[in-house]
Design a protein around this ligand. Structure first.
Ligand code: PCA
Length: 321
């Protein structure tokens, strides 16, 4: 009896050693129902299955673990082993983070993909220097303009309160004469309910997720740019995994990237329909508004190229080839 017990104990110890389980936290800044977050949930489940249960990732959506601007640094410092962040939020740290936020540089999914491919080596290098690894990146649907009142041209934006989510969206406000206030998506519904926000630029996805139609009645489908969320891992945490687990993680990430791009594109029209269904007027921009905003885009591309220097120019040249 005693002998049998000892053998069983030894077997259990052996099994648990062979089955070392790693637990990761993955903070994200968008609600559970958002398509990026749904894609992340699938990714997490694929990693679990693909690693045979060896890597358990806990997803913390809606800025519940870290606020949007803190996630990148949390992964860098390994307070979270992986995380999702909007690259354009970090343009002040390194101009390349903001390339996909330059208005009218890449306005379709196909162009956004080419811009991603052109910038990916530089992004991977930067993350590597910062002790992180790119797992995948997925774009938001094209960005348009939400407004309380009808907007026929840039003149209608003068002096109005404008919500920004990034340095570039704040810069657009300055250039059109609006008053920018930076508010991350997790606080946007609350801000619209309690404050007077007149406008902001974002995707149909965010307008729907935050019930913007309860506050602002117009959406102008400018299709001005497609900013991307990046999902990254802490490099040391990743390298501590055994090879098969790393492979499972990479495989799930590649699948999440393909799935995410397809779902963003497919949902673009669905979100605009949902906005309409909820009482919003969804229209293409007037020719004047489009021209006005394109001029803003030209100014911003020039400013971006000045700041980004040769590294930035090389990426834009590769994209335009
Ligand atoms: N939604 C996010 C970023 C880009 C987008 O489409 C937001 O508005 O915060």
């Amino acid at each position: 009896m005693k002998m049998k017990f000892a053998v069983a104990l030894a077997a259990t110890a052996l099994a648990s050693q062979a089955f070392a389980q790693t637990k990761w936290d993955l903070p994200s800044a968008y609600p559970a129902s958002n398509f990026h977050t749904e894609n992340l949930a699938q990714f997490v489940s694929d990693v679990d299955k693909g690693s045979g249960g060896k890597l358990k990732i806990t997803l913390h959506p809606n800025a519940s673990l870290f606020k949007a601007p803190e996630i990148k640094r949390a992964v860098q410092g390994n307070q979270a082993q992986a995380g999702e962040f909007l690259m354009a939020n970090f343009q002040n740290e390194w101009p390349l983070w903001g390339l996909d936020g330059v208005p009218f540089l890449a306005t379709s999914f196909a162009d956004a993909k080419r811009l991603y491919d052109a910038s990916k080596p530089a992004i991977e290098k930067k993350l590597n220097e910062q002790g992180m690894t790119l797992l995948y990146a997925v774009p938001w649907p094209p960005q348009g303009l939400y407004s309380r009142n009808p907007v026929k041209s840039q003149a209608d934006l003068k002096g109005i309160k404008w919500r920004a989510y990034s340095p570039a969206t704040a810069r657009i406000a300055e250039l059109v004469g609006a008053q920018p206030v930076t508010i991350q998506q997790a606080e946007l519904s609350q801000a619209m309910a309690t404050g007077v926000l007149d406008s902001y630029m974002s995707s149909g996805s965010t307008g729907y997720d935050t019930k913007t139609y309860e506050h602002l009645k117009y959406f102008y489908d400018l299709q001005a740019w497609l900013p991307k969320n990046a999902v990254v891992a802490n490099k040391k945490a990743l390298e501590a995994l055994d090879k098969p687990t790393q492979d499972a993680l990479r495989k799930a990430a590649a699948e999440a990237e393909t799935r995410g791009w397809a779902s963003s594109e497919k949902k673009t029209g669905e979100y605009l329909d949902l906005l309409k269904k909820n009482g919003m007027t969804v229209e293409p921009p007037s020719a004047q508004l489009k021209t006005d905003m394109q001029k803003v885009g030209e100014v911003m591309l020039k400013e971006w190229l000045d700041k980004a220097g040769p590294e930035g120019k090389a990426v834009v040249d590769a994209y335009r080839k």
